[in-house]
Design a protein around this ligand. Structure first.
Ligand SMILES: Nc1ncnc2c1ncn2[C@@H]1O[C@H](COP(=O)(O)OP(=O)(O)OP(=O)(O)O)[C@@H](O)[C@H]1O
Ligand SMILES: [Mg+2]
Length: 150
């Protein structure tokens, strides 16, 4: 596995975290060519700010889309050109669960951003953007974005 760091920032507010999402959106906009669309895999504890980050990402990729946590539905679609698929894998326990939502079909349909990527290490594509959000206090987060190639 090769990991190339894209950026690392200290966020001190939800707005800073949204801005990190916007920055990743701008970076992956440059990756949209033919074939599968990019995947952004998010890592971070409960309340780290993953959904907040997706709000910034969607603001650039699918402006106006109402971002809300897909905890119960597993995936929300924000229509656009291409669409953005917002996953929350918190409740996914097996490859069968993933199969039942047709996860393997999404990369050709649009950009994917995945909360709780920790749950599906075996299902990530060969190339993706890894975003790690570390909660260092009530209001501070360390956010690192890397380009991963297996
Ligand atoms: N610097 C910060 N960045 C992001 N969120 C922050 C920050 N400081 C405080 N917060 C608060 O942390 C919470 C983050 O919530 P959010 O739903 O984005 O987290 P999450 O990682 O998606 O959680 P879950 O694991 O439940 O999906 C919000 O209540 C937000 O106001
Ligand atoms: Mg969330």
């Amino acid at each position: 596995m090769k990991a190339e760091q894209l950026f690392s920032v200290l966020s001190v507010s939800p707005e800073d975290t949204e801005n990190a999402g916007k920055k990743v959106a701008e970076i992956i906009s440059g990756y949209i060519v033919t074939g599968d669309y990019p995947t952004v895999a998010l890592y971070g504890d409960l309340g780290a700010g993953k959904t907040c980050f997706v709000r910034g990402l969607a603001d650039v990729l699918t402006p106006g889309a109402p971002v809300k946590s897909p905890t119960y539905t597993v995936v929300n679609e924000y229509p656009g050109n291409p669409s953005l698929f917002h996953f929350d894998m918190y409740r996914i326990e097996s490859e069968d669960d993933l199969y039942s939502i047709g996860f393997e079909d999404y990369p050709e349909r649009g950009i994917s951003v995945i909360e709780w990527s920790e749950k599906i290490p075996y299902a990530l594509p060969r190339e993706y953007i890894r975003v790690t959000i570390d909660k260092i206090s009530d209001t501070e987060r360390n956010i690192t974005a890397e380009k991963i190639k297996i």
